[in-house]
Ligand binder design. Structure first.
Ligand code: HEM
Length: 415
């Protein structure tokens, strides 16, 4: 039996944090192996990359998610006791709640609300004014998703709630003060969400069944409602990642700026081109570097031994850039999505597999719809200048972003 190749050195945590998106693929190439062993936060970790590895991690007989995410991410990004850490029946049942809330009709409604907001905001922009796209997109999406979920926020709270929801994903991987700010933001948000769930349970149900109501009245596989804390975590599991779509929208604006040919094509082209462009933004730009799981029982894969309880990371960014899976993988090329829909194990910006069964993100439809609205708006309804600024990508931050957050000047609606 071959040994799994190993990184030298005591611990690779700093190397991972310096380049989280390329850590696995670079070392995997060095070891000439789709799996290698390293130590992260002093813990033995197997790193995997590629489509076959993505398929493997979707096997519920071989991997579990309980206790797979680092505690510091549970205390900030995910929250504790949410769907991310469930396995088996409990996971499938809870996941059906998300899939039932995120139907195409509900996603369409969310997208339409966001378009109204973009127009509302753009009408207030004055000549000569500079707009920081990432910050504006966060706020628009925060207002939109809270209205849509049945958890509208008072005008005076918009900035605070936007900052708090964004802090959960912006500072989750941070060290020091920012990490503690993210924990504080989560405590504030969970308390607010728990109060909303409590008052929703006390009120008569409405025929529309808002996402908040669906969560408040959800019953698990044993017919039990969620405790208040878990319900608040699941409500935030809808709100936080929707605000995070602002990261992809900022990258979409960057791509429009860097590829004027794409911009011209979208201005005159058909709707399908918007779809291809959005998919290529999700493939090409960095967001989630990897996902984690734990080995359920000992098994062999490609001759390598995986021991029970071992932590495993699957490389999302590297798999989306794997030259064995993607032609000209490091070129931004939306037309690659014209002819084929890629396999759910190759195109994995939001996780691999089947979202009903695996942990794959239930919000891909939301991300695509909100990005499409924003791209259509930027390309067809808005005129703006892109002043001199630092658009280099912060590869050592999670999530990465253009350093300037994409500044636009003299933005005005044209139609
Ligand atoms: C901003 C773009 C987004 C990115 C990059 C993203 C990425 C991801 C990733 C990588 C996972 C883990 C997949 C896995 O473990 O296999 C995930 C799970 C999840 N995402 Fe997203 N997501 C996004 C947007 C959304 C949206 C808009 C929603 C809801 C409205 C959402 C809700 C969730 C939930 C509830 C899970 C846990 C699923 C489970 O454990 O079964 N995400 N997402």
């Amino acid at each position: 039996m071959p040994n799994i190749p190993r990184d030298t050195g005591l611990d690779s945590t700093w190397a991972f944090l310096r380049d989280p998106y390329r850590f696995i693929s670079t070392r995997s190439k060095f070891h000439q192996s789709p799996v290698f062993q390293t130590r992260l936060i002093l813990q033995k970790t197997l790193c995997l990359t590629g489509a076959e590895a993505a398929r493997l991690i979707c096997d519920p007989d071989r991997f579990v998610r309980q206790n797979a995410a680092p505690k510091r991410l549970q205390k900030t990004l995910f929250g504790q006791d949410g769907v991310q850490g469930l396995d088996g029946d409990a996971h499938r049942h809870r996941k059906a709640l998300f899939m039932g809330v995120l139907t195409p009709a509900n996603v369409q409604e969310l997208a339409e609300l966001s378009e109204v907001r973009w127009r509302e905001y753009a009408r207030t922009w004055r000549p000569g004014e500079s707009i920081v796209l990432y910050e504006i997109a966060r706020e628009i999406l925060c207002r939109t998703v809270c209205d849509w979920a049945g958890a509208p926020i008072a005008e005076r709270d918009v900035q605070q709630w936007t900052q708090d929801l964004a802090a959960l994903y912006e500072h989750a991987g941070a060290i020091g003060l920012q990490h503690w700010q993210a924990r504080k933001a989560r405590r504030r948000l969970e308390q607010w969400a728990a109060e909303l769930v409590e008052s929703t349970r006390a009120a008569p149900p409405t025929p529309e069944q808002s996402p908040l109501e669906r969560i408040a009245h959800y019953k698990d596989q044993h017919g039990q409602p969620l405790d208040l804390h878990t319900a608040s975590v699941e409500l935030l599991n809808l709100l936080r990642p929707t605000v995070a779509v602002s990261v992809f929208i900022t990258f979409a604006a960057l791509a429009l700026h860097k590829h004027p040919f794409c911009l011209r094509n979208l201005q005159s082209g058909d709707e399908r081109d918007i779809g291809c462009f959005v998919q290529e933004v999700r493939r090409f730009y960095p967001f989630f570097p990897a996902i984690s799981a734990r080995v359920k029982e000992d098994f062999l894969w490609e001759g390598f031994a995986f021991g029970r309880g071992t932590l495993v990371l699957l490389d999302l960014y590297g798999t989306n850039h794997d030259s064995q899976l993607w032609e000209e993988a490091d070129r931004f090329k939306p037309e690659r999505f014209r002819s084929n829909s890629p396999s759910p194990y190759c195109f994995i910006p939001q996780g691999p597999g089947d979202p009903h069964v695996n942990h794959r993100c239930p919000g891909e439809g939301v991300a695509v719809a909100l990005m499409s609205v924003a791209v259509r708006f930027l390309a067809r309804s808005l005129q703006y200048e892109v002043p001199e600024q630092d658009l280099s990508i912060t590869w050592d931050r999670l999530p990465a972003l253009p350093r300037s957050h994409f500044v636009m000047r003299n933005a005005r609606i044209t139609m």
